[in-house]
Design a protein around this ligand. Structure first.
Ligand code: 4AD
Ligand code: MG
Length: 459
């Protein structure tokens, strides 16, 4: 039976006969020997295969070029080179040849070039490592919550409500958009649409997540979310994965505590399980990324209120493209200043003005700020957004009225506040931002297999 290359590389070079399968990364022909490196994605390194050409029929090596798929049988022996083991070939079988126009010939490619070859890029060192780290992080997310008694809940992707109220949703419809049915006033008649109403792809599973938290106490979601934001940045996607825990009988302090422990847990797990990949990122993607993560794991996050953050930032207004004052949004450049210059570690900013946050956040006694929190990470800025939820029916209704949200559209959300309401809180982690942070990869488009962003949905 064949073994994964990771397993073979970790085995004793005991001369046993083994079989490996993979894609040829490189081929070097010497005078009497040919060296092949084959990789199967199980780890960063490939297995070196030594072909003694005197013993091998030349035909066997025909068509065995970079990118070709092969199975190789041979003896696992001690390597002369940097690796501990290599294979002394007995029998090579070419499965799929790979002509010269293969775009991933052995040389360095830019990430921009590789984005256009997203169907092949997982075969490169960088994208293979990203995929393995992403896998570990997904698993660690589930482990963290499972070990802490949270129930995994699947919230709908098609919804009729707008959780963030930002109007950045993709519409879902089966109507003929070139000729939709219309009402007498000329507006589109959505009662004729598939769901009998207007629907969208969800921007967050939070609202439905809350309904389950108010029955099971601690729940989490982990699924795709969609935002039609016209943001052409290195940290925005139109389709991204979000992790959203929601906890009943929990306030903002409890929420922040879980957020911090959760991030540290997934970072540690990745350092532990993907040592080789992390060393690769540290050498070729972002120098010092391992130290940074270790520092984050070992030091407490900084906390400050929005009001205090603005006081700090206002003094530095001359250095910002967007000077701030109380009431303004904290933008990427400010987030970076707070984390990189002021705190030199992640910062949790709390108690934002209600005007710049969503309708569901609990109103503070000052009537001006809400119990929201953002976790900001150096280099990246906002990685988590969360809050204690407004659990008082009258205050929530009042807030929705101020914002012009229709009670009828949120009737079920409001009923949670009517029937056995409790303080509760939660947050959302942008999964790709977390992967970006851990790997040091600069552009969010390179930490998801098939990125969707403005004007781009190939593959
Ligand atoms: O801050 P956001 O908008 O919060 C929510 O959606 C809440 N309903 C979460 C909750 O309390 N349950 O988004 C949460 C996180 C952000 O901090 C960011 O990391 C990520 O989601 N995010 C994006 N990631 C990639 N591309 C985008 N366009 C993103 N928008 C938000
Ligand atoms: Mg946010």
């Amino acid at each position: 039976m064949s073994k994964r290359i990771k397993e073979l590389l970790g085995s004793d070079p005991d001369g046993s006969l083994v079989k490996a399968e993979g894609w040829v990364k490189t081929r070097r022909d010497g005078k009497n020997v040919t060296f092949l490196e084959i990789s199967d994605g199980s780890c960063l390194k490939g297995l070196q295969i030594v072909v003694d050409r005197e013993k091998t029929d030349d035909k066997e090596l025909e068509g065995v070029t970079t990118g070709a798929s092969v199975t190789a049988e041979g003896y696992l022996v001690k390597s002369q080179g940097e690796q501990s083991v290599e294979m002394q070939l007995e029998k090579l079988t070419l499965l799929g040849s790979c002509p010269e126009d293969y775009p991933l010939q052995k040389k360095r490619h830019t990430v921009e070039f590789l984005r256009e070859k997203a169907h092949l890029r997982a075969r490169t060192n960088l994208f293979g490592a990203v995929a393995r780290v992403r896998n570990t992080m997904s698993y660690a997310i589930h482990s963290f919550f499972q070990e802490n008694g949270f129930v995994y809940v699947n919230t709908p992707l098609i919804t009729a409500s707008d959780c963030e109220g930002a109007g950045e949703q993709f519409q879902v419809t089966t109507l003929d958009i070139s000729n939709p049915p219309r009402k007498e006033d000329g507006k589109v008649d959505y009662s004729k649409d598939f769901f009998g109403r207007m629907t969208n792809l969800t921007v967050s599973g939070q609202l439905e997540g809350e309904t389950y938290a108010l029955a099971l106490k601690d729940i989490y979601t982990f699924g795709p979310t969609f935002r039609a934001e016209n943001s052409n940045t290195t940290r925005h996607l139109a389709e991204f994965w979000m992790v959203e825990p929601e906890m009943a009988f929990c306030d903002l302090y409890g929420d922040m505590d879980v957020a911090e422990r959760f991030l540290k847990y997934i970072f540690s797990r990745t350092l532990e399980k993907n040592e080789e990949d992390m060393k690769f990122f540290d050498s070729f993607v972002l120098k010092g990324v391992i130290d940074t993560l270790e520092h984050v794991i070992n030091s407490p996050f900084e906390h400050m209120t929005y009001t205090d953050a603005i006081k700090i930032l206002e003094k530095e207004n001359s250095r910002f493209d967007f000077p701030v004052h109380w009431g303004s949004d904290i933008q990427s450049e400010h987030e970076r200043y707070l984390t990189e210059v002021v705190a030199k570690r992640p910062v949790i900013v709390t108690d934002y003005p209600k005007e710049i946050k969503s309708f569901y956040m609990k109103l503070n006694e000052d009537g001006k700020t809400v119990r929201g929190m953002d976790v900001l990470a150096p280099r990246l800025g906002e990685i988590i957004g969360g809050s204690e939820r407004e659990w008082r029916l009258d205050v929530l209704e009042e807030r929705m009225k101020e914002l012009g949200l229709r009670k009828e559209d949120y009737w079920w959300y409001l009923e949670l506040r009517k029937y056995g309401s409790v303080p509760h809180a939660g947050f959302g982690l942008g999964f790709e931002r977390a992967v970006q942070y851990v790997t040091g990869v600069q552009n969010i488009r390179d930490v998801i297999p098939y990125p969707r962003y403005v004007k781009s949905a190939e593959f």
